[in-house]
Write a protein that binds this ligand. Structure first.
Ligand code: SF4
Ligand code: FES
Length: 162
């Protein structure tokens, strides 16, 4: 369930507060609509539907979403196109992505995701900005060049990967 919704006759913008890490892409994209100093902080009546959708799609975490008031489907999206780790932060995914639970069922299917890398999010597997609270520092990868078999890397752990 979204934390809050903001509607015009044509569009409903949804904001999921627990997914918002305040990187301000929305504020920079369309300041006349997205402004944290105002209440409500989203005022969709100040821009066109297309402009708002463009701004919503810039939200990297999926905290912002939209639906058309008449029920027509949102713009089609591509398969996963981008995946990159934010410096000392989450893993960001772009494009239609399925996240599976350990039993193989679909946990969620979304277009924009930021997955926790620090292990401290209270909203796993999503980033909830806890990495900043704990001053997470991603460790550089351990050199693997000396290993001559998997046994020299770590104990077997196949059950953890389903
Ligand atoms: S772009 Fe998304 S994550 Fe960033 S402040 Fe806006 S709603 Fe929050
Ligand atoms: S990476 Fe953001 S809460 Fe873990």
């Amino acid at each position: 369930m979204p934390t809050r919704t903001y509607a015009t006759d044509d569009l409903v913008v949804e904001w999921y507060a627990e997914r918002c890490v305040h990187v301000a892409r929305c504020l920079n994209a369309l300041p006349e609509v997205f402004d944290t100093r105002k209440r409500p902080w989203i005022q969709p009546e100040h821009a066109s539907t297309e402009a708002i959708i463009d701004a919503v799609e810039q939200c990297p975490t999926g905290a912002l979403r939209y639906r058309h008031a008449d029920g027509r489907p949102p713009r089609p999206v591509s398969e996963t196109t981008v995946a990159f780790p934010v410096h000392n932060g989450p893993l960001v995914l772009r494009g239609r992505t399925q996240v599976l639970a350990q039993d193989g069922t679909t946990f969620t299917e979304e277009d924009r995701l930021a997955l926790c890398r620090c292990g401290n999010s209270g909203n796993q597997p999503f980033c909830d900005n806890a990495h900043r609270r704990v001053a997470f520092e991603a460790r550089p990868p351990t050199p693997a060049t000396a290993a001559e078999s998997p046994a020299e890397r770590c104990p077997p752990q196949d059950e953890a990967f389903g």
